[in-house]
Design a protein around this ligand. Structure first.
Ligand SMILES: [Ca+2]
Ligand SMILES: [Ca+2]
Ligand SMILES: [Ca+2]
Ligand SMILES: [Ca+2]
Length: 604
């Protein structure tokens, strides 16, 4: 063989090898995460690295949320899959709800375990699925090919621990375009409570300071920070023992160019208002409504009568819905204006802001709906005329909407900035006054579902958007508002939007007269209910079954000496006639807070 021919042959072989390799590489090059199917065959494969896993049944495929029309499945040649080694079966997705065709038990999938969900009511109370649409069916006997273990039974929300999220109290500062510019902790890393937010230029240097109010679960602290994270001062807004949190706003109430700090009590508190100087000295305080109300007070400011002194706007949840009352410092007994803004209750989660959205020099009142209602924004003029309303998030999101106002695009009209409340993602949106969405971005990890509070920081000519997580420890996931009664532990838990606001010893029905188990609603309330059968009075009565079971304070009978209470030493033991007894003080607090229609979940 001549040298030339030899070289030509070698080149030829290299070429062939190249072609073969190329073909091979091409065939091997199926993207990770592809769901592949051989044309004419039924089996679906999940490709990952050099391996393929088989979907053992359509139910598993569906549990991952893939579309039923197979539009995301790639058709491949049989030979293309030959080089992928088999790696067993794709399991059900964690968190999916599955059941066998002919066995009514629903299982919750969690780390190779199937956890039975105790009963229909437990299912409904935890997963809120009235149409049973979340359940994926699989054929009888199908599970045999897996190594699924049967996990612990789920009978209450507390059993579903993976949904509990711990979160840091980190404030974030974004520019008006949504670019993250700074972040710092406003409480200790281990702080477990809620966080509220406000802004005000307290030292008149044209740069606003950040006001942080402790939220539910912590002592009612106000902290003042510079935008670089320097702590300037801190003080308590209410009694140290008050754990409802502090809602914040600022206003120039004296028209001297100096803003005052307005603090409203947080959820589960009275509609109590305190006004402080920038140094934390108390100027005055008053109740904006009945002291016995228990949904706290939302605050804002606007100049109602255009005398360059701002008035205080109060938002109060009571009876029929959310009321706005505008007070001046010279008239704290009688509001200058009062109107009903929302004909709904919102679990203490309404949000209130003021801003000039139409560039007429007068601020409007902007309200975000509370929980267990559509995520609606309503805009009123100062006299209570509704100017506009729109939905800020998907209609079926019911965690409430938080609002802030600022003219971000410098056209003289303030935009409405919204964040989602409890159970929503950290999705911030910006709307104009007509409800047209201008921008949106995520402000925290998308998995965080505790809600976000929002405010605007005016920095000379620039405006920044600041956010804090609404709470750092989520409890009672799935409850907007209601009580859970654990007959095994003899405990009553009261939840509101992710906060455990009360934990009380209870006394439920004795074994012969057990308290009915199930997912109920408060049917009616009365201050005292008389039971003829037992000749007993039941204070702060909250009935939750038509057969007459209710929550109430320790019962008493009336004799010549006065009231004689029954079961004083028995809280924590099941001794009642079927009702749920709690202490007198606890019953009073719960009675003031719990409304007809709120949830009562009773389980073992
Ligand atoms: Ca300043
Ligand atoms: Ca005024
Ligand atoms: Ca206006
Ligand atoms: Ca604008």
């Amino acid at each position: 063989m001549g040298k030339k021919r030899k070289i030509a042959l070698i080149i030829f072989f290299i070429f062939i090898i190249f072609i073969l390799n190329f073909k091979k590489v091409f065939a091997l090059n199926i993207k990770d995460g592809t769901i592949a199917k051989i044309e004419g065959k039924e089996t679906l494969y999940l490709i990952s690295g050099k391996t393929k896993k088989i979907f053992p049944h359509l139910s598993v495929y569906l549990s991952w949320g893939y579309p039923q029309d197979f539009s995301t499945v790639d058709l491949v040649e049989e030979s293309a899959l030959a080089n992928y080694t088999n790696d067993g079966f794709v399991p059900f997705k964690n968190g999916s709800l599955v059941r066998e065709e002919s066995n009514p038990i629903v299982f919750y999938v969690e780390n190779a375990k199937l956890r039975p969900v105790r009963k229909d009511w437990a299912y409904q109370s935890i997963f809120e699925d009235p149409e049973w649409q979340k359940i994926i069916f699989f054929p009888d006997g199908f599970l045999n090919q897996f190594n699924y273990q049967v996990g612990e039974m789920i009978s209450s929300l507390a059993d579903l621990k993976p949904e509990k999220i711990d979160f840091y109290p980190e404030l974030r500062i974004f520019n008006s375009e949504g670019k993250l510019e700074n972040a710092f902790l406003v409480f200790d890393k281990n702080y477990k409570g809620g966080i509220n937010l406000g802004t005000a230029d307290l030292d008149a240097d044209t740069k606003e300071e950040i006001l942080i109010g402790a939220g539910f679960g912590s002592q009612p602290e106000i902290k003042i920070f510079r935008s670089d994270g320097t702590l300037i001062s801190q003080f308590l807004a209410f009694e140290k023992s008050f754990k409802g949190g502090v809602n914040l706003a600022a206003g120039d109430l004296y028209g001297d160019g100096q803003k005052e700090i307005i603090a409203g009590a947080g959820i589960y508190g009275s509609p109590h208002l305190r006004i402080f100087t920038k140094n934390g000295e108390l100027i005055t305080h008053f109740f904006a409504d009945d002291k016995n109300l228990r949904h706290g007070l939302k605050v804002a400011a606007l100049d109602f009568d255009q005398d360059l002194k701002e008035e205080i706007v109060c938002g109060i949840e009571k009876e029929k819905g959310f009321y706005i009352k505008i007070f001046s410092l010279s008239s704290t007994k009688k509001p200058l204006k009062a109107f009903l803004a929302f004909e709904k209750l919102g679990g203490g989660e309404f949000s209130l802001g003021t801003g000039d959205i139409n560039a007429d020099g007068i601020k409007e009142i902007v309200i975000g709906s509370g929980s267990d209602a559509e995520p609606e924004i309503r805009i009123f003029d100062k006299n209570g005329n509704l100017l506009n309303k729109f939905l800020a998030y998907e209609k079926n999101f019911k965690g409430g909407v938080k609002v802030a106002l600022a003219d971000l695009d410098k056209d003289g009209k303030e935009e409405i900035i919204t964040t989602a409340g409890f159970s929503g993602g950290p999705h911030l949106k910006i709307f104009d006054e007509s409800g047209q969405q201008k921008n949106s971005f995520f402000v925290y990890d998308e998995n965080y579902k505790g809600g976000v509070n929002v405010a605007v920081l005016n920095m000379e000519t620039e405006k920044k958007i600041i956010v804090v997580p609404r709470l750092t420890l989520i409890k009672g996931v799935g409850f907007y508002k209601g009580v859970e009664i654990d007959t095994k532990k003899q405990k009553l838990y009261a939840y509101q939007n992710g906060f455990l606001i009360e934990e009380e010893k209870a006394s439920t029905g004795r074994p012969a007269m057990p308290t009915p188990l199930g997912d109920f609603k408060v049917l009616r309330k009365s201050l005292v209910k008389y039971s003829k059968k037992y000749n007993l009075y039941m204070p702060h009565w909250m009935q939750f079954t038509s057969s007459g079971a209710g929550i109430h304070g320790l019962p008493y009978w009336q004799d010549t000496w006065g009231r004689v209470y029954e079961g004083v030493g028995h809280l924590g033991l099941p001794v009642s006639h079927g009702c749920v007894r709690v202490s007198l003080r606890a019953a009073e607090r719960i009675y003031q807070w719990l409304n007809v229609g709120d949830r009562v979940l009773v389980h073992q």
